[in-house]
Design a protein around this ligand. Structure first.
Ligand SMILES: Nc1ncnc2c1ncn2[C@@H]1O[C@H](COP(=O)(O)OP(=O)(O)O)[C@@H](O)[C@H]1O
Ligand SMILES: [Mg+2]
Length: 237
């Protein structure tokens, strides 16, 4: 099946440096969308609310209801820009860590596509005994991007009703499991850019990944990421 052993990955093509550069660019775009676009739309909504209150006082019901429609569409645009910024660079990942970012991603996915999602995190799966994050910033970002592609594939190919995610901890590894109950990946599935990217990112996160069909239906993506020792952790940044 499509596991990480059966493929010659051209790591030169998409080197870690290039990916780090892309991530920095994406972070910049996300901040611009957040500050300039979302900030601007929020300002417009506040002004419209003020105008609406003034018009309501003079009893102009018709214009008030027209303004309500404009506010509704501005609010939807605000929500869309929040979603786009979040996909580019989830602020939750920077501020609250990988578990919070995956949790939010699954909740957004459920709302957007109507596919039920669940997340079970084993206690201490991501936090070591001395209260340190087990995975480096780079590992967290790679896992997050892998999770995004897993969900993309589920919506594109699986026709699933449920997605269950588990995060488990072993002494030297953190294991991320995504199961959907869709049509199941075929044994003859042709690897595209998505799964190719998943494999490259898994390697870059000091991990391995397997993607297998489930019985009686669905697909399981299992990602096993190595917990680095303190020195390697610091170097990773
Ligand atoms: N969750 C899934 N359920 C069913 N099939 C899948 C799933 N994920 C991936 N696949 C299959 O694996 C193929 C390769 O996926 P990918 O490399 O992401 O390329 P792409 O999504 O562009 O087709 C898909 O075309 C599809 O046939
Ligand atoms: Mg894909």
């Amino acid at each position: 099946m499509l596991d990480d052993r059966d493929n010659n990955i051209d790591t030169d093509k998409l080197s870690a440096d290039v990916r780090a550069h892309i991530e920095r660019e994406l972070k910049g775009y996300a901040h611009n969308i957040h500050d300039e676009i979302s900030g601007g739309i929020s300002g417009v909504i506040i002004q419209l609310e003020n105008i609406k209150r003034t018009l309501a006082r003079v009893g102009d019901e018709k214009t008030v209801s027209d303004i309500n429609l404009v506010i509704l569409s501005a609010t939807e645009t605000l929500e869309a820009s929040r979603r786009i910024a979040n996909k580019l660079r989830p602020s939750l990942l920077d501020h609250f860590g990988l578990a919070a970012a995956i949790d939010q991603m699954l909740k957004d996915f459920q709302i957007r596509y109507g596919v039920n999602t669940s997340l079970v995190i084993e206690p201490n799966a991501l936090i070591s005994k001395n209260d340190k994050q087990k995975l480096s910033e780079r590992q967290c970002l790679e896992v997050f991007r892998i999770a995004q592609e897993v969900l993309n594939n589920i919506i594109k190919h699986a026709n699933a009703h449920h997605v269950d995610c588990e995060i488990n901890g072993e002494l030297e590894h953190v294991i991320f499991t995504f199961k959907d109950d869709g049509c199941g990946i075929g044994w003859d599935a042709v690897q595209g850019v998505g799964i190719g990217g998943i494999k490259i990112r898994a390697l870059s996160a000091h991990g391995s990944v397997s993607i297998t069909p489930l019985c009686p239906c669905g697909t399981m993506v299992k990602l096993k990421v190595k917990v680095l020792n303190n020195d390697a952790h610091r170097q990773e940044g």
